[in-house]
Design a binder for this molecule. Sequence first.
Ligand code: ADP
Length: 386
Amino acid sequence: MTRVNATATRVLVLNSGSSSVKYQLLDMADGSRLASGNVERVGEGEVADHTEALKRVAAELDARDLGLHSPRLAAIGHRVVHGGTRFTEPVLVTDEVLAEVEKLVPLAPLHNPANLTGIRVARALRPDLPQVAVFDTAFHATIPEAAARYAIDTATADRFGVRRYGFHGTSHAYVSRETARLLGAEPADVNVIVLHLGNGASASAVRGGVCVDTSMGLTPLEGLVMGTRSGDLDPAVVLLLARVGGMSADEIDTLLNKRSGLLGLCGDNDMREIGRRMAEQDPAARLAFDVYVHRLRKYVGAYTAVLGRVDAVAFTAGVGENSPAVRAAALADLTALGIEVDAVRNAVRGSAARLISAETSRVAVAVVPTDEELEIASQTYALVRA
Ligand code: ADP
C-alpha cells in the first residue's frame, strides 16, 4: 500500500448490489459530496456485469475530473453486507480478507458475491489505492449471546453459523450517534431505540453507544414487517408451505423476501401509495398498515424492556423520515412508557434531524435522517488515516 498523501482527502463509497452499483464521492476535509450516482440493471443487457458497471462509474467521475486516478482520492470504501462473526470492524482489503468474505457467501448468497465483485474490479482499476470493507453487520457484533442465540441445538447452530447477526449496522451506528448529538449528549450517556424504516426495516436497542439487540437476524428477513419481507414468522409456516404446499426452498425464499410484507398484504410496498389507499377507505391497505404498525410497537415495547431506561426513540430511512402517520401510530398511547409525540411537530416536514416529542415527554422522540454513505466514508477515512 502506498502512503496516503496529505491532500488526499476524498473517499469514494461503492455499494455494489446484486443488480446495481451506487456510488458517492465525498471530501472528508469538509464533508462535502462531490458526486453521486447509480448504475442500474447490471447484468440485464446494456450493462453486462459489475466490471462494466464499475467502468461506467469511473468514466462518469473522469468526465468531471474527479476520476479514480486523482491524487486527491485517499481510499475506496465498500459496503459489504455480511461480515459474519469474523469482521466486527472495518478492515483494509487484502487477499486474505477477500477469501474470508468469500467464505461468508452462504450466509448472504445474494449480497456478498456482488460486494466482492465490486471490490475486485475496483482493486484491478487502482491496485495501489487502499480499499476498505465496511460491514453491515459490524455494529451489531456487541449484541450479547442471550440476544444473539436462537434457542436451537447448539452443535447444529454452530455447524452452520446459525445465530443473529443483524444488518443496517452503519445506519444504526450513525443515527444513534446523531440522536445523542441532537440531545446535546455524549453517545456513551444515552440509550436509544433506532427504527430504520426503509424498504428493508429494522429496529435496534443501543445502550450508551453500544448495540445490545436488533430485529434482523441470520439474514435481513427477521423482525419488522417490511416493504416485501415478512419479518417475524412462526418457522412452522415454512414447514407447512414445504410439506403441504409442495414449495421448494427457493420458492419459499422468494415468497418471504419478495412477495410478503406490505406488498403481500395489500399489493403495494410503498407507504405513500398505502396512505393514498387508506384515505379512500381501502381495507387491504388499512390492514397492511395496521400489521406494520403493530409489529413496530411490539419492538418498541420489547426494546424498552431490554434497555430498562430509554432516552430517545429515533425514526430514520424513507418511511421513518417521511411518514408522520407511521410515527404517530407507532407511538400512540405510550404515555405509560414516557413517550408522547407532539402532533404539530410530527407533521412538520424537513430534512434536518429534529425532535417531535411533546415538552412533557420523558423520552425524546426524534426524526434523524440516515447517511450510510457518509458513515462508510468516515470509517474508511479513519482507517486509512490511522
Ligand atoms: P431503501 O431501503 O431502499 O434504501 P428508503 O430508505 O429509501 O429505502 O425507503 C424507501 C421507502 O420509503 C419507500 O418504499 C416508501 O415506502 C417510503 N417513503 C418515501 N417517501 C415517503 C413519504 N413521503 N411518505 C411515506 N413513505 C415514504
